[in-house]
Design a protein. Structure first.
Length: 199
């Protein structure tokens, strides 16, 4: 094999192993860092009575928090399953950042409600908010580290979302942030209820 042919093979392998741009990483990590702080700031300092109080319809603060933590663990599994399937670069949009931004903008708005899948509904998994917060922090920090360090090209592997259609792997991580903010807003709605304990 000639030296020129070897060079072409190396170049071809490099091109086929494209990875995320730094801009993509930074955008997603910014969302994940911001909503990590938002969630922890919102639940820190709440009493057991406040955490367990339930409105007439819907979940308690503790139940919403458990749903957030469960989703934090579920989405990376979904993405890794998508990564095992063949890449589908033909699905990649010309400007995927537009979808990223749409998720960040639309997810926190709670005018339209959705039913959570059975697998991520609260079941009383955690003894207290401290245990839940530690599980959330551990999972979120792993998710941030993955986005920061992965060599996977998340932009050419897709998984379907029931509302938003096919999302690429990075968009599922962006969705984690938007989902967290959405349910922090739900927690704030519970806390604003007339019967919510003052302490």
């Amino acid at each position: 094999m000639t030296r020129t042919a070897i060079c072409y093979l190396i170049l071809g392998a490099a091109l086929s192993a494209q990875t995320l741009s730094q801009g993509d990483r930074d955008y997603c990590m910014s969302e994940l860092h911001a909503t990590r702080k938002l969630f922890l700031d919102t639940v820190t300092g709440l009493s057991e009575a406040q955490l367990k109080w339930k409105p007439a319809t819907g979940w308690s603060v503790m139940e919403v928090a458990e749903h957030i933590a469960a989703t934090e663990l579920m989405i990376p599994q979904l993405v890794q399953k998508a990564m095992q399937a063949p890449a589908t670069p033909e699905k990649k949009k010309a400007n995927p950042r537009e979808t990223d931004m749409m998720l960040v903008k639309m997810l926190p708005v709670r005018e339209q409600k959705f039913q959570a899948p059975e697998s991520i509904r609260p079941v009383g998994k955690y003894k207290n908010i401290k245990e839940l917060a530690e599980a959330f922090k551990s999972a979120r920090d792993k998710n941030i580290a993955y986005v920061r360090e992965t060599g996977d090209d998340l932009r050419v592997h897709f998984a379907p979302h029931p509302v938003f259609g096919d999302l690429d792997g990075l968009q599922w991580y962006v969705l984690i942030g938007g989902h967290t903010e959405r349910h922090v807003n739900q927690i704030k709605e519970v806390m604003a209820e007339a019967g919510f304990p003052k302490k």
